[in-house]
Design a protein around this ligand. Structure first.
Ligand code: HEM
Length: 321
């Protein structure tokens, strides 16, 4: 049989590839001969994916709640993939940087837009019932959400603003972790003690998050930005892209999320207790938290008005192509 020269060329290349590691091409060709074709369902693990929704009650809308949380975690995973590319690559240039940050922004913008699925997409009565079987679990325990923050900025930016002045950028991550902002939010309404939701989260994730903080000390997004060439650092598109990230993660997503808490949990005269037991009305609104990744990039008025809706709108108007 006369083999097509293209095929012969590939066979020679494959032979070289396997010979370089002392392996036999013929065995691999046998493997190819006997193996079945790949299918969509095996590649994407569709069947497994569809077994991962396990409601705790009989209310049909609970499945919406579970699936939307899972969708969010997958988008968070996409963000982590971009952060990893940014910190793993040596000599990141402006183009690579901008492409990755824009991707993270587009993931967050999809989440912000789709949050309506939570706000308006479940029956209020069903929600108030099925949530009681989820205690004390809460989205507060999303480790990927915290990892995104750690990858975005210097750790000191995540220290609660009341304690930040006691630390510097060189302080140990472990000592700063003691006063990480989210602990302040997770206090029990009645006793002022750490919520059990927080205790569980700390038992499972504290060490991992401290380790990530150490790892990202010199490779978080802000540090990668600071290592760009001067022309890239001063490129308005690059500056706008990380400003937008700051607003997407610290204002737009928290605002759309807060809207859902208000829709389901706000009830006069007394608000409904959250599953994580936090003082959520004081904790969740971004204008109280004032989490800001890149204060150097904002003017005093913008910092002052952080978390109020104007800033979100204003920055959304930027074009980032
Ligand atoms: C009806 C929908 C939702 C309601 C009513 C709601 C409510 C709340 C409340 C009250 C808190 C404060 C902590 C607590 O005491 O539990 C919280 C925190 C949180 N939730 Fe949700 N949530 C909803 C959907 C989601 C979704 C879909 C996600 C996606 C993963 C999510 C992620 C988070 C995160 C990351 C926090 C911590 C926020 C922070 O520390 O600033 N939530 N949520």
């Amino acid at each position: 049989m006369n083999l097509n020269p293209d095929i012969l060329k590939r066979l020679e290349e494959l032979e070289k590839k396997y010979a370089a590691t002392g392996q036999d091409l013929v065995s691999y060709l046998d493997g190819l001969l006997f193996s079945d074709y790949l299918t969509y369902w095996d590649y994407v693990h569709v069947d497994t994916l569809l077994t991962l929704q396990n409601p705790r009650t009989k209310f049909p809308d609970e499945e919406i709640f579970i699936i939307y949380h899972q969708i969010t975690e997958l988008y968070f995973k996409l963000c982590m993939n971009e952060f990893r590319q940014l910190s793993d690559k040596e000599n990141v240039d402006g183009k690579f940087f901008l492409t990755r940050v824009n991707r993270i922004n587009s993931y967050f913008e999809n989440l912000v837009r789709s949050f309506e699925i939570m706000v308006a997409g479940m029956e209020h009565d069903q929600f108030l019932k099925f949530r009681m079987s989820l205690l004390p679990a809460s989205g507060f325990q999303s480790a990927q959400y915290r990892k995104i923050e750690i990858c975005s900025t210097d750790f000191i930016r995540l220290v609660s603003k009341d304690h930040r002045d006691n630390y510097s950028n060189d302080s140990s991550i472990r000592s700063m972790f003691e006063h990480i902002y989210w602990k302040a939010g997770a206090t029990e309404l009645s006793t002022g003690k750490k919520t059990y939701t927080l205790q569980q989260f700390e038992d499972k994730y504290s060490e991992e998050l401290i380790e990530l903080g150490e790892e990202k000390r010199s490779s978080n997004l802000w540090q990668v930005y600071k290592r760009l060439a001067q022309a890239d650092r001063e490129n308005p598109k690059i500056i706008a892209s990380i400003q937008l990230l700051d607003v997407n993660v610290n204002v737009n997503w928290p605002l759309s999320h807060y809207k859902s808490a208000v829709r389901y949990l706000q009830k006069d005269p007394e608000d409904i207790k959250a599953t994580g037991g936090t003082n959520w009305q004081k904790y969740l609104p971004p204008r109280f938290q004032k989490r800001i990744f890149y204060p150097e990039l904002w003017n005093s008025e913008e910092l002052e008005n952080w978390g109020k809706s104007w800033i979100a709108k204003e920055v959304f108007g930027l074009t980032l192509d």
